[in-house]
Design a protein around this ligand. Structure first.
Ligand code: ADP
Ligand code: MG
Length: 450
């Protein structure tokens, strides 16, 4: 199938051609015709598969073809979980609206409220927004949604995880009329709250699920390195940066304070690095993202805040300095590389604190991992086996892992110290100095929600 088969207006086709796209991706092939025929949609496909155009194109088409329901109200509202993500979608949208009579605006949390009031007074056709701030403007009557034709929720699962259910409901209620169409995109449809929301917001939706959101990304090579502690992780990182070739690297850490510390360590080593830490103002964050996407920095250190959706084509490597708390996040993090057909590398450091998360990721990917090591930097740590009697509490994160199968853990007494044989980590004995934490407590409390 070609884009020209979709029956898009010629103005849209020229922008698509200008972008150099000829063939729609799988999600685009399915979602664009369904959305153009007026259906509500709930759709999922893996990260980097082109979901943005899958909703921008039908939205543009609808505005070009249909008369507005209202002269003042926005016609299309696109909601995104994070500011960075909203900016990215906005810039793709602008490529289409700039060649049209339609006005698109961006309304983000953390930016000047009064400026946004003025922006909204100009009656834009498209609003791209994060839900919290937009709901504030809605409550204060700075715009109305009675004429809204298309409500688009991108990364719906993430918006719900971030606690935006109330705002989404408020926005939905303000735009609840017969002619409204709703498109909902989610990394996974296997999410209870997403399904509840779909029932409430969507009318007879078409469900589109392309593969599993967790299917392996063919173009991303995954490597895992065992590590002993923070200093060892830093040594691994320095070894990588000194010995391998890379274009740009995103490093994910568990906490925001680590992002600053690690970026400083890199800068001291002569590497151009920046940190996206929580302390920064919105404009500082924007500046850092802009300069990274322009290639002015080689390395960006961040928490899961930047793991979703960001489309940075020159990111050759993603490094999980700490494993993500939630296994699904691994998929989103590594999806920051290998974008649009280019190759990527995902490197993960797995220390004692990361072990539970690592096992969850392994379960999610349905693979058994063999660990790599850098010469001279082999870890003493070889993995943790849960005690025979310890059952991992089933949660949505680990129900598909094989942690329950812990029968092969053989406690061995030697020199008054307890050793456990870690089969999957190469049969090396693991020295236990202290009583091990229950598996579900290892997710350290210092891991900050992003
Ligand atoms: P997702 O939202 O599914 O993670 P994006 O919409 O961000 O993915 O798209 C990922 C990348 O693929 C972007 O760089 C985008 O420009 C590119 N892309 C989108 N559609 C196509 C296409 N049909 N052909 C080639 N590249 C595309
Ligand atoms: Mg996306």
């Amino acid at each position: 199938m070609q884009f020209s088969d979709l029956g898009l207006e010629s103005g849209l086709m020229s922008t698509v051609e200008h972008l150099g796209f000829t063939e729609p991706t799988e999600i685009q092939q399915q979602a664009i015709p369904a959305a153009m025929s007026g259906h509500d949609l709930i759709a999922s496909s893996k990260t980097g598969s082109g979901k943005t155009l899958a909703f921008i194109l039908p939205a543009m088409q609808r505005l070009l073809k249909n008369r507005a329901l209202s002269k003042k109200d926005p016609r299309v509202l696109i909601l995104m979980p994070t500011r960075e993500l909203a900016k990215q979608v906005y810039s793709q949208l602008r490529m289409f609206t700039s060649a049209s009579q339609f006005k698109a605006v961006l309304i983000l949390g953390g930016e000047n409220f009064n400026d946004q009031v003025k922006t909204l007074e100009k009656d834009p056709h498209f609003i791209v927004a994060t839900p919290g701030r937009l709901a504030d403007h809605l409550s204060q009557g700075h715009f109305y949604l009675n004429g809204l034709e298309l409500l688009i929720l991108d990364e719906a699962d993430r918006m719900l995880d971030l606690g935006f259910a109330k705002q989404l409901t408020q926005i939905n209620n303000a735009a609840d009329h017969r002619k409204r169409q709703t498109l909902m995109f989610s990394a996974t449809l296997d999410h209870a709250q997403v399904n509840d929301f779909a029932l409430a917001l969507l009318k007879k939706p078409k469900r589109i699920a392309i593969g599993s959101a967790y299917t392996e990304h063919q173009d991303i090579t995954k490597r895992f390195y065992l590590s002993d502690n923070l200093a060892h992780k830093e040594a691994l990182l320095e070894h990588f940066l000194a010995n391998e070739s890379y274009q740009q690297v995103i490093i994910f850490t568990a906490t925001r304070s680590d992002t600053d510390r690690l970026a400083n360590v890199l800068i001291e080593n002569g590497i151009s690095a920046s940190a996206l830490s929580g302390e920064l103002s919105q404009s500082q964050r924007n500046q850092i993202m802009d300069s990274f996407s322009k290639g002015q920095n080689k390395v960006l250190v961040t928490t899961d805040l930047a793991s979703r959706g960001l489309d940075l084509v020159n990111v050759s490597h993603v490094i999980n300095f700490d494993m993500p708390k939630h296994a699904e996040e691994y998929v989103h993090r590594i999806g920051r590389t290998g974008r649009a057909g280019s190759k990527g590398d995902a490197i993960s450091f797995v220390g004692p604190k990361d072990w539970v998360s690592f096992k969850n990721v392994e379960g999610l990917l349905q693979q058994t991992t063999s660990f790599d090591s850098f010469k001279g930097l082999k870890a003493k740590f070889t993995g943790i086996k849960p005690k025979k009697t310890k059952k991992v509490k089933p949660s949505s994160d680990n129900k598909r892992t094989n942690q329950g199968k812990s029968k092969s853990a053989l406690p061995v007494k030697s020199n008054n110290k307890t050793f456990l044989i870690a089969k999957e980590a190469g049969d090396m004995p693991v020295l236990r100095k202290k009583k091990p934490l229950p598996a579900d407590k290892i997710e350290s409390s210092d891991i900050e929600e992003s």
